[in-house]
Ligand binder design. Structure first.
Ligand SMILES: [Zn+2]
Length: 114
């Protein structure tokens, strides 16, 4: 009994289709391998719709997570945004007075109205 031809994998991976087919025409072992591969790709195309479905369910989950994060994040930004002192404190580390904001102020820190 002669050794099984081991060229199929190499040809399948590295050679072009023409070279592979030429070899398949003269090699029984590789035709068997080819048949196996055909069955595998059939199987894959059978499973694909299920896989896609699963994937899109996963995407829905991702979208749900992002929306959830946006809602939570948006809510906390809303709270901070409404409180100017808190926003200043977060941004600058201290509460800004009218003077810090560049408005003309009197010695008490009140806005100067001319
Ligand atoms: Zn072969």
């Amino acid at each position: 009994m002669k050794d099984k031809c081991k060229k199929y994998e190499t040809l399948f991976t590295f050679a072009d289709e023409e070279t592979l087919n030429e070899h398949l025409a003269i090699c029984e072992d590789c035709r068997e391998e080819q048949a196996k591969m055909d069955r595998v790709s059939e199987l894959i195309s059978e499973v694909k719709p299920f896989y896609k479905k699963k994937k899109s369910a996963f995407n829905h989950l991702k979208v749900a997570c992002i929306l959830f994060a946006l809602v939570i994040g948006g809510a906390s930004i809303g709270v901070v945004g409404k409180n100017q002192d808190l926003t200043d404190y977060i941004r600058y580390g201290e509460t800004l007075s009218a003077e810090d904001l560049g408005f003309p102020v009197d010695s008490y820190g009140f806005l100067l109205v001319e």
